[in-house]
Design a protein around this ligand. Sequence first.
Ligand SMILES: NC(=O)c1ccc[n+]([C@@H]2O[C@H](COP(=O)([O-])OP(=O)(O)OC[C@H]3O[C@@H](n4cnc5c(N)ncnc54)[C@H](OP(=O)(O)O)[C@@H]3O)[C@@H](O)[C@H]2O)c1
Length: 338
Amino acid sequence: MPLNQQILLDSRPTGEAVVSNFKQVSSETPALQDGQVLVRHHFLSLDPYMRGRMNDAKSYAAPQPLGQVMLGGTAGEVVESRSPKFQPGDKVVGMGGWQQYSVVDAEQPGALRKVDTTHVPLSHYLGAVGMPGVTAWYGLVKIIEPKAGQTVVVSAATGAVGSAFAALAKARGCRAVGIAGGPEKCRYAVEELGFDACIDYKLHQDAASLSNALKGVCPDGIDGYFENVGGMVLDAVLPRMNAFGRIALCGMIAGYDGQPMPLTHPALILTNRLKVQGFIVSEHMEVWPEALKELGTLVATDKLRPRESVAQGIEAAPEAFLGLLKGKNFGKQLVKLI
Ligand SMILES: NC(=O)c1ccc[n+]([C@@H]2O[C@H](COP(=O)([O-])OP(=O)(O)OC[C@H]3O[C@@H](n4cnc5c(N)ncnc54)[C@H](OP(=O)(O)O)[C@@H]3O)[C@@H](O)[C@H]2O)c1
């Protein structure tokens, strides 16, 4: 069995996460038991939720245990099988973690999913045609519930979740507006992802200035807002919301290192009769088949062209992850492991 390079959580962050919170080790891959398969990971997905799990704090999911392999989504290939359900060569996605190989109990429902790479590249099953894409789909379709002609806005618009948003919103006849960091990301949002407009929040010193810029590109107000960031961006969007608007609260990355994020005008939720709903995509497995079908078709027909930031080698994972939390990624952040 092959030697396996792994990244463990070695210590919990105090404030900002740092490289020394992680530790790389190598270990023997255990021999397969009946019903198990050996998966060689081609790609590891890096996602903001991992930052929350590094803390020993109450949340919707248990903390990442110290001294264990970092949890994470993986896409790869079955290289050895003692299960009738999988053959060597099958392309699969699962939760293999920050390591080169994983031994998976193939009998466990949902542990490993075969994917078809004929029209969709393997890596996209960790992005637009995977958990982040379904996240965009759920927040837009089930919480924002947009109607044709309405204006919908998303923050972190060019990231893994945000980049699936415009194609889904345009398919429903909406005006789609993005908020992203920097001119290059904003240009990409409009020219490649299909947003009608994109605002560079880094050009604005305060929420009032950002809010004014939003007014310019959302002349009819905002009917649906998909929140990935929080802080100043949420403060800027709230005054632009139309009566009976819907806010899908997906993420608040601006506060993941523990920064307080006070809301300046919460009364706007009342006066505008807004619906604000948080959600966790893994709690809505019932929508995944429908969402993945639409997302897969959008990618296969070139209507959604997601971009990826790919770090090379397992040893690059900690730096790439810390970069993701600072917006250094451009599109879905992955680590290529072979
Ligand atoms: N609820 C769920 O089930 C669920 C599932 C998946 C993801 N999420 C959440 O969705 C959000 C996006 O996730 P993702 O995987 O698609 O990540 P991502 O957008 O690919 O990467 C994170 C992006 O956040 C932006 N960002 C970072 N710090 C920021 C700050 N202080 N202010 C403004 N923007 C900042 C950066 O983009 P800019 O350069 O444009 O600022 C960065 O590229 C995260 O909040 C994540 O936790 C939630």
